[in-house]
Design a protein around this ligand. Sequence first.
Ligand SMILES: NC(=O)c1ccc[n+]([C@@H]2O[C@H](COP(=O)([O-])OP(=O)(O)OC[C@H]3O[C@@H](n4cnc5c(N)ncnc54)[C@H](OP(=O)(O)O)[C@@H]3O)[C@@H](O)[C@H]2O)c1
Length: 261
Amino acid sequence: MSTVATALAAQPNTSGPKKILVLGATSGIAEATCRIWASQGAALFLVARNAEKLAAVAQDLRTRGASFVETAVADLDDTEQHATLLSHAVNSLTGMDIAYLTHGVLGDQAQAEQDFNTTAHILYTNFIAPVSLLTWLANYCVQRHHGTLAVISSVAGDRGRRSNYVYGSSKAGLSAFLAGLRNRIDREGVTVLTIKPGPTRTAMTAGMPKSEKFADPNAVAKSIVAAIAAKKDQLYVPFIWAPIMLVIRTIPERVFKKLNL
Ligand SMILES: NC(=O)c1ccc[n+]([C@@H]2O[C@H](COP(=O)([O-])OP(=O)(O)OC[C@H]3O[C@@H](n4cnc5c(N)ncnc54)[C@H](OP(=O)(O)O)[C@@H]3O)[C@@H](O)[C@H]2O)c1
């Protein structure tokens, strides 16, 4: 029997606390989001690669009211292990209402311009690994006609810019994959939410110029929780990034190529 079929034993959750799988649970945005869910009494299965940080996050969420917290340490670049990991997670939760994919790397754009291996690593972590996770998770949800796949992409994926087009292209690929996946499985009762944050104050942006002016991760998390609850398809957060990116996308290429963005 496939791991998806084995994990199907648990039936959709119609009442009781939300069952949430978090991939990349030590991310600043994920942590802020999980704090809200914990205060609502959610059951959480947390996956991250840093055991020490993960244990601290899990303990914090228990004290904040989570009804269940289980963890697994995993490097999510190890796609060979995804089926085993995900099957274990949904079995521990005895089902799954929400899968929240948050892990990602910014990478070094300057280095990536000189070295394909750096580029490949960014693309693998931000695009290939989520696609592997989503392939399993989508089939699990479709078979139960239930669930939300909430995935953090980025405004950077809306248009390639000289300053971060490697990271941007990884997120553009992810956003396109999510749009197609939504088109396939929304009619099966499965919601796919593409989350596009603008610059946010987390470890990823620490030390960037003017990072103190970036969005507060707690405010970003609040919008994400609300968008998941409302079964939205897409979220620009903070919302101002929706009109900004609309304008950026419409700038003609002959003008855009001369800008220093
Ligand atoms: N902050 C922003 O301005 C911004 C804007 C748009 C989109 N985003 C996206 O938001 C998401 C969350 O980022 P964040 O801002 O919260 O930054 P963050 O705190 O740096 O979180 C990134 C997380 O990804 C984890 N990670 C990276 N590679 C991994 C791997 N191979 N296996 C397992 N975990 C891995 C990191 O783990 P370690 O702690 O072990 O390194 C870290 O927990 C990312 O997808 C990011 O691209 C962020």
